[in-house]
Design a binder for this molecule. Structure first.
Ligand SMILES: [Zn+2]
Length: 295
């Protein structure tokens, strides 16, 4: 029995992170191919290093009556964004096949219902061994409302498993080129927590290695849900929010693993701590042993 943490994200109301711990008997893992590389292009040669290449099997879960398809350009952009963001952690991705059609139709909402019942029973149980199965889904139409005065939608964006031995990630089709969203979900896949995870503990105990997101270079983040209004998105700083000791909160607003909207002048980033956490996760002995045992 392996402990697996499932992380679900709903960005719109910043209520991401329904986290539960569960078990699963049949599990698969991502393939590890060690590849020596040099930087491509005309720049001066980069230091020689190793990168772990993860193959992605892309599934489009379609309603056969009115299928929503993904263009090759969208897929290419997604791959480019992922490789750019994770390259700094020596993680690379390649597409194993063109878009596969998955015609047992589930919407995002179907998959998260009943504690991810269909996700486990259908998708996970059919995961392709040794690759990341990336499932692209539609939202249920009934999610959006318009009562004449107010309209809106409550939508989740994606979820995945940290642990990585079950190698699948679910993303809403409409978000696949929202750059931050796929990168955020893949960040979870490679063992990153939200910057606002249990931030109170990080504040009170200062035990940054053992609480919150387990990283010391991501300052306590009180979260965009309650404190988003305190952010100046021009200089990308939070102002006027203090912890119980009167110390100003200064979260990294432009971090991939937070919930803040983009700053005007700053790209999203991973910190060095996050990059190292992903690297050590990929190289983790327990994971390695499992992967080697399953190949
Ligand atoms: Zn998340």
């Amino acid at each position: 029995m392996r402990l697996i943490t499932l992380i679900a994200c709903t960005f719109l109301f910043n209520s991401c992170a329904s986290i539960f711990t569960g078990t699963n008997s049949e599990v698969h893992s991502s393939i590890f191919q060690t590849q020596e590389y040099f930087s491509a292009g005309s720049h001066s040669e980069k230091e020689k290093g190793t990168t772990e290449i993860f193959q992605i099997n892309l599934w489009n879960i379609v309603d056969t009556i009115k299928p929503v398809m993904i263009s090759n350009e969208q897929v290419a952009t997604l791959l480019k964004d992922l490789n750019q963001a994770f390259g700094q952690a020596d993680i690379g991705f390649e597409l194993l096949s063109a878009q596969n059609i998955y015609d047992n139709y589930y919407t995002y909402e179907d998959l998260v219902a009943d504690n991810y019942k269909y996700y486990y029973e259908d998708l996970v149980s059919n995961n392709t061994p040794d690759v990341i199965d990336l499932y692209l889904v539609d939202h249920a139409e009934s999610l959006c409302y318009n009562d004449g005065r107010v309209r809106g939608c409550r939508k989740g964006h994606g979820f995945t498993m940290t642990g990585g031995w079950i190698s699948s990630i679910v993303l809403a089709k409409e978000d696949i080129n929202e750059k931050k969203i796929p990168i955020h979900e893949f960040g979870h896949f490679f063992n990153l927590e939200h910057t606002h995870a249990d931030y109170e503990k990080q504040v009170s105990s200062a035990e940054c290695k053992t609480t919150g997101d387990y990283l010391c270079d991501t300052p306590p983040d009180p979260g965009a849900a309650a404190y988003g209004a305190m952010v100046n998105f021009t200089d990308c700083e939070m102002y006027g929010a203090y912890d119980e000791d009167g110390i100003a909160f200064k979260p990294i607003i432009n971090n991939y693993m937070g919930y803040y909207p983009p700053c005007y002048m700053k790209e999203y980033i991973f910190t060095e701590g996050q990059i190292n956490r992903m690297k050590s996760f990929v190289q983790n002995e327990k994971r390695r042993t499992f992967v080697n045992g399953s190949l």
